[in-house]
Structures are given as structure tokens and as C-alpha cells.
Design a protein. Structure first.
Length: 134
């Protein structure tokens, strides 16, 4: 239907030329397109007869970063692991003796225990670093 209305406007020769197949030379050589990202002043590889190279240039500061598609975005709750969320939920509202909390009886005892344990671990790390290997 659309073709019949175009015939008087364009003429038969124009339609025949637009519907003609592409030259055999272009159809015979399929070209591969390689897309790469180069950083800073790095050179872009040259294209060959059978391979076209398309380069995207990014600043050198992006060289060792994760690609933008793989970077975590969103709130802390979305990017935090489920294990740490569960660990937090297990200890929320725990009060009492041996719990590091400003609420409840003897909460400071738990804070002192945590401080002592943390310092003992740190001291072990320092001793390990200062030990001369045999």
C-alpha cells in the first residue's frame, strides 16, 4: 500500500535503485568489530582489513577500578553482606552483665572485656610481626 503511493513521487528507477542488493564486494567480506577501552595515553590498536577496532578512551585514574556496571551503589544496607546484618540483629538490644552496653547492670564489664581481648589480639599481631623467621 505504501509502495503504490511512492511510485508516482519517486519514479520507478529510484525504487529499483533503492531495492537493489549491495555490491557483491561488500557482502563477501564480513567485518568483525572489536570494542576495547584504553586508558590514559595508551595507544589504540590499529584496525586490519578484516577487523575493525573501536576504542573508548577513559582517564588513567580509572585503570584499576571496577567497571561502573560492577560497582556497588545504593545505601549501606543494600551493599552490606547478609552475614553482618544477621550478626548485628543477633546482638541488638542485648543488655546486662558481660554485654558492652551503656544500659543495664554492669554493662561496663563487657566493654572492659572487649578492650582487653582486642589489645591481646593486637599484641599477638605485633609479636608475630617482630619475630624473626628462622
Amino acid at each position: 500500500m505504501m509502495m503504490k503511493s511512492l511510485v508516482p513521487l519517486l519514479g520507478t528507477a529510484a525504487i529499483a535503485a533503492s531495492l537493489a542488493p549491495a555490491p557483491a564486494d561488500a557482502q563477501a567480506r564480513p567485518q568483525n568489530v572489536t570494542r576495547i577501552v584504553v586508558f590514559g595515553e595508551d595507544p589504540c590498536p590499529r584496525s586490519t582489513d578484516d577487523n575493525v577496532v573501536v576504542c573508548a578512551r577513559k582517564p588513567d585514574s580509572e585503570r584499576y577500578r571496577l567497571p561502573e556496571e560492577a560497582r556497588g551503589t545504593g545505601t549501606r544496607q543494600e551493599s552490606q553482606s547478609w552475614a553482618s546484618n544477621a550478626r548485628f540483629l543477633e546482638t541488638v538490644n542485648e543488655t546486662g552483665i558481660k554485654q558492652c552496653s551503656p544500659v543495664g547492670p554492669a554493662g561496663q564489664l563487657g566493654c572492659l572485656d572487649e578492650l582487653i581481648d582486642r589489645n591481646a589480639e593486637r599484641r599477638e599481631e605485633i609479636d608475630r610481626d617482630l619475630t624473626v623467621p628462622e
